[in-house]
Write a protein that binds this ligand. Structure first.
Ligand code: CA
Length: 229
């Protein structure tokens, strides 16, 4: 699954350059040009990582970072901060607000891409791996195959993406809307009930009856995948 990166940067030329280079690396990229809009974009669809400029119109980068860190659903969202100023005090302040990493402008795209990879690998190992395992379920993203306890599990493309997404965040509860955005995309109109249908199919494919159902239905909240409690 393509990691989704939100770039909050008000310098058009730099934003375009970032978008171009990150897309070339295989990331899905959305650009936001001020702090207020950036926070709205995060609310709309949770990114896998945020590249955040320090100096932004409306709401500053520091404030965006603080707000994201103060909310449960974005507390662990990876943030890489960009700044034009290189003073050590700023650097410390940047990390104090909870950014995961920090780059001083001007920086090379190679450097940024390396930092993004490193942060994603550290925080969401599942995103960078070709093979992801949780409990007795193993996904091979390259071969597009799923096994449970050594048994081959046959999934349709939507069920595969759904399982892939749930396995990146074991134990976390997702609403139907969040799953729709993440698996179907935020610009596709699909009814929330569709999620139930595909979760049903995924369950049926994963469970032969003898095993524990890995998908938990949380009443009025949504679904989560959890085999480890
Ligand atoms: Ca700026």
């Amino acid at each position: 699954m393509t990691p989704y990166i939100l770039v909050i940067e008000d310098e058009d030329a730099l934003a375009t350059l970032l978008q171009y280079n990150l897309q070339k690396e295989g990331y899905e990229v959305v650009i936001s040009s001020d702090g207020e809009d950036g926070l709205m974009q995060v609310d709309e669809r949770l990114p896998d990582l945020v590249v955040l400029d320090w100096m932004l119109p409306k709401v500053s980068g520091i404030e965006v970072c603080r707000r994201l860190r103060s909310r449960a659903e974005t507390r662990n969202l990876p943030i890489i901060m960009l700044t034009a100023r290189g003073e050590e005090s700023d650097r410390v302040r940047g990390l104090d607000t909870g950014a995961d990493d920090y780059l001083t402008k001007p920086f090379s795209m190679t450097e940024l891409v390396a930092r993004i990879r490193a942060v994603l690998r550290r925080i969401r190992p599942g995103l960078a791996e070709d093979r992801v395992a949780h409990g007795d379920i193993v996904i091979d993203r390259v071969a597009h195959r799923v096994k449970r306890g050594g048994r081959e599990v046959h999934l349709g493309p939507t069920e595969f993406r759904l399982l892939d997404y749930l396995m990146q965040h074991p134990g976390r509860v997702f609403s139907r809307e969040q799953l729709l955005d993440a698996v179907w995309g935020s610009d596709v109109y699909v009814e929330a009930r569709t999620v139930d249908v595909h979760v049903g199919r995924l369950r049926k494919a994963l469970n032969t009856g003898a095993e524990r159902d890995p998908i938990r239905t949380v009443r009025s909240a949504g679904y989560s995948l959890d085999l480890e409690d």
